[in-house]
Design a binder for this molecule. Structure first.
Ligand code: UN1
Length: 489
């Protein structure tokens, strides 16, 4: 590890061929480990913040180079550890590479402003300064990409990191941190603290020397993190999921729409914050769209995620499988109409994993399946009368992360960009697939709107604005008081 607290425990060397085998073993960090890690981060802060940002950027570029070199191994590790198909595992790594390259450039920008003073011979400017050691608490669904977004922004800003990965994906985290170590980040700047939310997550958020926290995960945990951080009055970035909708208007290109819905709903087995979990279809094309969608869904190749022909892998864990099956039950009980899927897959290819059939329900607007995030391969379809009705259905959920409209009518497309209550709107593309050079985040229960990951906004989470006044008049000048006389001549 680059510093401080290494993950205690060892990575087993056994080859992995089938689901159910042990990939690696880790021991959970203790309260003492949390203290040790924060101490290391605090000790490294002064030197790190004084390292010129372009030099910090050089280390990010070096890390990007090593990530590229190890992309195949890291991508396979993603697939082995959480089950997304290999092309997506590789994409997960690519997203971290992309962001590290992007963030490195920020080291040569990180622009402040020069601002006129109201007094003569006086100049004002603003600088961005790093807040101090920061906690990064990351989920299992993008076990390299999301740590990449968060750490890239924190490190370029000048903040040492305390990285707590999901307990489901510590191996990806360890391999990612090995890359940072090899890139040459100084001791104490990168600290991996693998362990439970209650010991490591809570311990980091409550620690007085941790000066910002960036969390991606569920709403309840996010609220808990926000409350704890509010007590310390530190910066918080939260990204808490979605119930993202595609609106299909009656003039949409249907082939394009169906390709997009399949990718948005069943890509990563629906386990993306941005997943398309609702499809709102104009009544005029409803029957046709639903018919063709069911047909395609039944042909989707579900299986071993390492096999290149597989289009959808298993869900990530027994808990995840249980949750999705519970929602399928809820759907049946609340009289949503099951159109396809709705079951665990059985047979020799599936019995040792958490394989679910891709599922589509036709649901009512108030149904729990129309409202709640379930993070699995389940799509809820709703029927809309017209554009206005479709938008009101799309907005009638507590989340606001991603959204999409398929239409060839410019007027509808441009209206949707403003009417949809979400941090992201796609036109003629599914709700997934955000690029790193643009802000990423949401509104409503997806999280506070004052921070955005990725893009030029990524620095906001980890820096504060310092305002500088330089008076070179050689006398005491009084703002607000002397100004009157100057204006008056
Ligand atoms: C997430 O699921 O939390 O836009 C992130 C996308 C990916 C990132 C998803 N680039 O689907």
């Amino acid at each position: 590890m680059a510093a401080g607290a290494a993950p205690r425990g060892s990575v087993s060397k056994r080859g992995i061929r089938q689901t159910g085998e042990v990939l690696a073993t880790f021991s959970s960090a203790t309260k003492q480990d949390v203290q040790t890690a924060v101490k290391a981060a605090k000790g490294a802060f002064d030197k790190w913040r004084k390292t010129p940002a372009p030099r910090r950027g050089d280390l990010l570029l070096e890390a990007a180079r090593i990530l590229r070199h190890r992309k195949e191994d890291l991508g396979r590790t993603v697939t082995l550890e959480m089950g997304k198909i290999l092309s997506e595992g590789l994409g997960d790594v690519q997203e971290a590479i992309d962001f590290y390259q992007y963030a490195a450039g920020e080291g040569r920008r990180m622009f402040g402003e020069t601002v006129p003073s109201e007094l003569p011979n006086k100049m004002c400017l603003t600088l961005r300064l790093p807040v101090g050691p920061v906690a990064l608490i990351t989920p299992w669904n993008f076990p390299i990409a999301i740590p990449g977004w968060k750490s890239g922004a924190a490190l370029i800003a000048g903040c040492p990191i305390l990285f707590k990965p999901s307990s489901l994906t510590p191996l990806c985290a360890a391999k990612f941190v090995e890359v940072l170590d090899e890139a040459g980040f100084p001791p104490g700047v990168v600290n991996l603290v693998a362990g439970s939310g209650s010991v490591v997550g809570d311990g980091l958020v409550a620690h007085p020397d941790v000066r910002a926290v960036s969390f991606t995960g569920g709403v309840e945990t996010g609220r808990h993190v926000y409350e704890a951080a509010a007590r310390k009055m530190i910066k918080v970035g939260l990204e808490l999921g979605g119930k993202n909708a595609i609106i299909a208007m009656d003039d949409a290109n249907l082939e394009l729409l169906l390709d997009g819905v399949m990718f948005g709903a069943f890509g990563t087995a629906g386990q993306r914050c941005t997943a398309t979990s609702r499809l709102i279809v104009h009544q005029r094309i409803y029957e046709q769209v639903v018919g063709e969608l069911v047909e395609r869904t039944e042909k989707l190749r579900v299986g071993n995620p390492l096999d290149e022909k597989t289009e959808m892998g298993p869900v990530a864990s027994p808990d995840q499988e249980k949750k999705v099956l519970e929602y399928i039950d809820i759907g049946k009980k609340e009289r949503s109409k099951l159109l396809t899927g709705g079951r665990k897959l059985k047979g020799p290819a599936y019995d040792r994993g958490f394989f679910l059939a891709p599922t589509i329900f036709a649901v009512g607007r108030k149904a729990r399946l129309a409202q709640e995030e379930l993070f699995g391969p389940v799509l809820s379809v709703l029927r809309a009368k017209d554009y206005a009705d479709a938008v009101s259905i799309a907005n009638a959920v507590k989340y606001g992360l991603s959204s999409s409209i398929y239409t060839n009518d410019l007027r509808q497309a441009f209206r949707a960009m403003q009417d949809l209550e979400a941090g992201i709107t796609y036109v003629n593309a599914p709700t997934i697939g955000a690029e790193v050079q643009l802000p990423f985040g949401g509104t409503k229960d997806t999280g506070p709107t004052d921070t955005r990951e990725a893009g030029p906004t990524a620095l906001e989470e980890f820096t504060y604005w310092k305002t500088i006044y330089v008076d070179y008049s050689g006398r005491l000048q009084k703002a607000q008081i002397d100004t009157q006389r100057i204006v008056g001549g």
